[in-house]
Each structure stands twice: as C-alpha cells, then as structure tokens.
Design a binder for this molecule. Sequence first.
Ligand code: PXP
Length: 277
Amino acid sequence: MTQAGTRPSGYRAGYGPGYGPAARRLRLGVNIDHVATIRNARGGGHPDPVRAARLAAAAGADGITAHLREDRRHMTDRDIERLVAEIELPLNLEMAATEEMLAIALRHRPHAACIVPEKRSEVTTEGGLDAHGGRELLEPYVSRLGEAGIRVSLFVDPEPHQLEAAVALRAPVVELHTGAYCEAWLENPEGAAVEDELRRLREAAAAAESLGLECHAGHGLTFDSVPPVAQLPNVVELNIGHFLIGEAIFGGLDSTIRRMRAVMDKARAEAGGALGA
Ligand code: PXP
C-alpha cells in the first residue's frame, strides 16, 4: 500500500499523531539527499540512503525528505521507490513542477510533496518558488497532487504575497526558505541582518497560520542557527539536510540527529511552546 494510504490518522492536523492543537511539538524532517551524493561519487550502493532513513527514524526524525532532481545528481528514481516501500516514516518528496516529477509523485504517492524551484546550474535550491507569479503554471500540479491524497507544500520566501498565492492555489502547507537568514547568520550571528531575516520569518509564519496554512521552514540550518527558528511558535516542522549529513562525518548520523532534535526541543521549550504548553 502507498504512503498516502497508510498515513496515521491525525497526522494531517499539523501537530503530529497523538498531539492536540495546543501541543506544538516541532517536527524534524531529515533530508538525506547528500547520503546519495556521497554514494554517487563512486557509484554502487554505499552509503545507502534507505539505511540512513532508518537510522534517522531511530534517532528521532519525524519524517524523511528527499529531492528527486531533474538531473538525478543525488536521489534516483529507485531511491524514491525504495524509500516509499521500505521506510515507516512519512516521506516528503521535494520536486520541481514538471510533468515528469508529477507522474513520479502520482506513481509513488509519498505522504507529502514539496514543490521547489529548480535550476540545473544551481548547487542547491537558491530561493523560494514564485507561487505568486507562477500561479497558473502551479495550479494543475497542486490540484493533481492534492487529489491523489498527497499533502502539498510550496517552498517560498517569507513574503506575504507568496503566502496569499499558496492560499489561492489551495496548498495546505508552505515551507519558508531560511537561506537568507542562515547566510546572514554565517556573516555575523549578532548582526542586524539576522534580526531582519528572523523578523521576516516570524511575520510570515504568523501570517501563514492566520491564513490557515501549516508552516514549515528549512534550508541551511545548523546547530547554531536553528534555535531562533525553532522558537517561532507558528512553525511546526523543520527540514534539515546538508549540515546533518556533513556533521555526521565527525559525530556519526545517530548522535548528530539526536543532538539536533535536542537543540530544537530545548529552544522550543525555552520559548514556552513545548509539548503540553
Ligand atoms: N527544504 C527544502 C525545500 C530544500 O530544498 C532543502 C534543500 O534540499 C532543505 C529544506 C534542506 O536544506 P539544507 O540541506 O540546507 O539543510
């Protein structure tokens, strides 16, 4: 059976199974793309992304995220097939709005699909999707994925007009791009730009919730930069990849994910948004 057919009841409420609306536990989606990047450097099957996904689950991840790119630079079609078939956690498939990716998503029916902009020349997803300017193009993708029972999210910059476009498109979820915030953090963690970017994220997350959108965030987050984002009360899920896989070289994947989970939970608890608060 597909993931869409086996999803635990209550998961769609946005707070995870078993949690009421007041219990805003922050979910962690672990992006395992770069396990495949390392595997692909030599070909063959090692390291295996499915093994990494199982380990992430044991270490406290709430979901697995994988981006099937048009050029297949990391995840392959077979990886997606195996992740859907072999892991228990919900899979969030990141995909460009193309007919090819839509067909793959409809075939595998992951729990969620996050529509991202994609350029062949970029090293990573550089900015958010222009949901506002691309409404007509996106509409059939959002509706066909939604009709198949796949929870659609749009990866957007923290801008009010992008959130309004998500509502108009009837996407239930937005993921706010945290790249500008993380870059400002790397430049100077105490700089005014960090505060500015954080304010944009805070306002966008609050606006998303008041518009009825479930709000996720991600891109570029590290142990150091994650706490202020984890403290945004309207954000219910973070998706983190590159740092976790890179840091795992030094600390191991299990302890790296556990530590990220702990850092997120501590920040959330300090902000008064812990479980049961
Ligand atoms: N969210 C989305 C939509 C992404 O495209 C990515 C990068 O693939 C991430 C989160 C994770 O970003 P990072 O790998 O920098 O943690």
